[in-house]
Ligand binder design. Structure first.
Ligand SMILES: [Ca+2]
Ligand SMILES: [Ca+2]
Ligand SMILES: [Ca+2]
Length: 165
């Protein structure tokens, strides 16, 4: 299977495989949220950070239950593609999914005012693999009521697009 969308998923898999050994394990999987926390200057023992890591661990558990065919606690590229293209992956009830969105929102909302400002969003540009100008345009697009802030609802759309594109 070499469709374009699978190639994109394999790219995603390779980016996740931090140590390049051809399988993604929990350490690889947690690298992105840890990197984001470091970039935002949130210490890993902060409650927000702990919540984000825990949500990602829950999400990882659901990935394994969906596709770790040989049960070794690590995913090959094939297993990863199977998970990402399964209908269960898209289910809003998948364990960890909602928690990851909520905890990510809380981590990005640096001043805890319940919304994400443009500045707060741009600090996550690197995590979203976007250059700042693109992230700025993206922010404008997501801010559907044009108040210069992303509400939880507006943010959810961003995450959905990020996980389904
Ligand atoms: Ca690896
Ligand atoms: Ca804020
Ligand atoms: Ca808004």
């Amino acid at each position: 299977m070499t469709t374009t969308s699978n190639n994109a998923l394999i790219e995603e898999f390779r980016r996740m495989d931090a140590d390049g050994d051809g399988v993604v394990d929990l350490t690889d999987f947690l690298r992105a949220p840890r990197k984001l926390l470091a970039a935002l200057g949130v210490p890993e023992d902060a409650p927000k950070a702990q919540a984000l890591i825990q949500a990602n661990e829950t999400q990882w558990g659901s990935f394994l239950s969906l596709g770790d065919a040989d049960g070794n606690g690590a995913l090959t590229a094939d297993e990863y593609v199977t998970i990402r293209t399964s209908p269960e992956f898209r289910s809003p009830n998948r364990p960890g999914k909602g928690e990851v969105c909520q905890t990510l929102f809380a981590v990005l909302d640096g001043d805890d005012d319940g919304t994400i400002s443009r500045d707060e969003f741009l600090r996550a540009a690197d995590f979203l693999c976007m250059p700042p100008t693109e992230a700025s345009d993206y922010f404008a697009m997501l801010d559907s009521d044009n108040d210069g802030q992303l509400s939880g609802k507006e943010f959810l759309k961003a995450v959905k697009r990020f996980y389904t594109s």
